[in-house]
Design a protein around this ligand. Structure first.
Ligand code: C2O
Ligand code: CU
Ligand code: CU
Length: 464
């Protein structure tokens, strides 16, 4: 199944001031892939864990020559990995050392809204705030990023993005590759542009329909390589651009296996030749490098640019992964169970400064939807073209993990039959979601093209 194909050129043919900037082939020599550090805990036992995170300004050697002024969590650029276990009580002490306000949003965590880090929980420059929550969801790869109204897009673009790994009994028992940085590697894939002096100039490169860059970075590394044994490699991909959607493939055209979606493992691995991820989405994939020889290079491509060079170095006997393995136990949706559920219509409309949801633009002081705690609903997300043109919107809901019921009345692709918090809705598409509200409070739902989110393609629901 070529799941990526139909989205491949979804950005083309749009109107408005959409730029559809091509990614430049890198002229930089290969650099070793940066592996985000695993954050040390300030205190930890089986039940409780505490982390300290500082958002700060930095300077980072991204390109040859001048260093680039960046933003980072606990470091110069991007952020560390926070590990947490299902059932654990997690405290995160956050500090804002930026010149402007920020917030710490835990994208994908099913937690109450007062600790979710959305636009209502901003932290002023120089201030600190602590959040405590219990991890009540299954093993998954999540991420965190800022979410202050009006400054989300620029802060993410300049480098604020970190990772959260949730572990549970199941993930430990699956015998998947799990040696961090060796055979289990995160890949935060983003595009950015650099001026002649190597600086990022968000304000100048800004595009109201989604800022794009001409340079591909993986974990902040341009043209990265990693040395791997020939074995099964596990990559946890975070699609972390402001607006660019990526279709991943191997240059050999060999298939790989997707084992996890945004919110956890798929029931069984799905064999793919390409995989499309829009901003905010994650996937874990397994790549078989066993048949390659010492010195071979396999390339992971993102839209035909090189996201990663895998250089084969040495053998390793590997008994980890079996493609037929059962990984999870997610209930498949049966039509009967949907009968009688409330249907929430979400219409994504407009382009540029006119983007809206259900004909309304975001207002901090307005609640758009009221939802009942512990209830299930069908969300029908429509993306029908208007006079202004059309583009795909990655639709994200805070505080939940949902299932995709259908795309235009048809079954979703097999690699979408897992927990999701973000879903790409293509032009002329109607996507039905099965959503359940497990936490009380006020939660955002929005387009994850960050410039659309900031222009008002966001709403708030109160769950009570
Ligand atoms: Cu990843 Cu509301 O955000
Ligand atoms: Cu989120
Ligand atoms: Cu959008």
């Amino acid at each position: 199944e070529k799941s990526g194909e139909r989205n491949n050129n979804m950005m083309s043919g749009m109107m408005g001031n959409e730029q559809n900037l091509d990614l430049k082939p890198s002229k930089q020599s290969e650099r070793q892939l940066l592996i985000p550090p695993v954050l040390e805990t300030s205190s930890q036992n089986e039940e409780e864990i505490t982390y300290d995170i500082v958002a700060r300004e930095g300077e980072f050697q991204i390109k040859d020559g001048e260093k680039t002024e960046t933003l980072g969590y606990n470091g110069e650029f991007l952020g560390p990995v926070l590990r947490m276990k299902k059932g654990q009580k997690v405290t995160i002490n956050t500090t804002n050392q930026l010149a402007s306000r920020t917030s710490f949003h835990w994208h994908g965590l099913k937690i109450p809204s007062d600790v979710d880090g959305g636009p209502h929980q901003t932290i002023e420059s120089g201030e600190k705030k602590s959040v405590t929550f219990e991890v009540k969801q299954e093993a998954s790869t999540l991420w965190f990023h800022p979410h202050p109204e009006g400054e989300t897009a620029s802060q993410v673009y300049k480098g604020l993005a970190g990772l959260m790994y949730v572990e549970d009994e199941n993930s430990k028992s699956l015998n998947l590759p799990e040696n961090y940085g060796i055979d289990d590697i995160p890949l935060i894939v983003q595009d950015k542009s650099f001026k002649a002096d190597n600086q990022i100039d968000y304000e100048n490169d800004y595009n109201s329909d989604g800022t794009q860059g001409d340079t591909l970075l993986t974990n902040g590394t341009i043209n990265p390589y990693v040395e791997v044994n020939n074995r099964w490699m596990r990559y946890r991909i975070v699609s972390g651009s402001n607006s660019r959607t990526f279709t991943f493939s191997l240059d050999s055209n060999e298939p790989f296996y997707q084992v996890a979606t945004d919110g956890g493992f798929l029931n069984t691995p799905v064999k793919l030749n390409s995989l499309t991820l829009s901003p905010g989405e994650r996937a874990e994939i397994l790549v078989d490098t066993k048949k390659y020889n010492n010195g071979d290079t396999i390339k992971l491509l993102a839209n035909d640019s090189v996201a990663l060079n895998m250089r084969i170095r040495g053998r390793k006997t590997d008994t980890t992964f079996i493609p037929s393995k059962k990984l999870n136990d997610i209930n498949t949706i049966d039509e009967k169970s949907l009968e009688g559920l409330n249907r929430q219509i979400i219409n994504l409309k407009g382009m540029s400064h006119m983007v809206n949801i259900n004909n309304k633009q975001f207002d901090m002081n307005r609640i758009d939807l009221y939802k009942k705690l512990n209830e299930q609903e069908i969300w029908e997300v429509n993306n029908y073209s208007s006079m202004m043109g059309e583009m795909a919107h990655p639709f994200h809901i805070h505080g939940v993990q949902f299932q995709i019921i259908s795309r235009n009345g048809k079954q979703p692709r097999s690699n979408e039959n897992g927990w999701k918090d973000t879903v790409l809705v293509n032009p002329e598409e109607r996507v039905e979601l099965l959503v359940r509200f497990d936490h009380a409070g006020t939660f955002m739902y929005h387009c994850h093209i960050l410039e659309h989110e900031e222009y008002g393609m966001m709403g708030q629901m109160e769950v009570r």
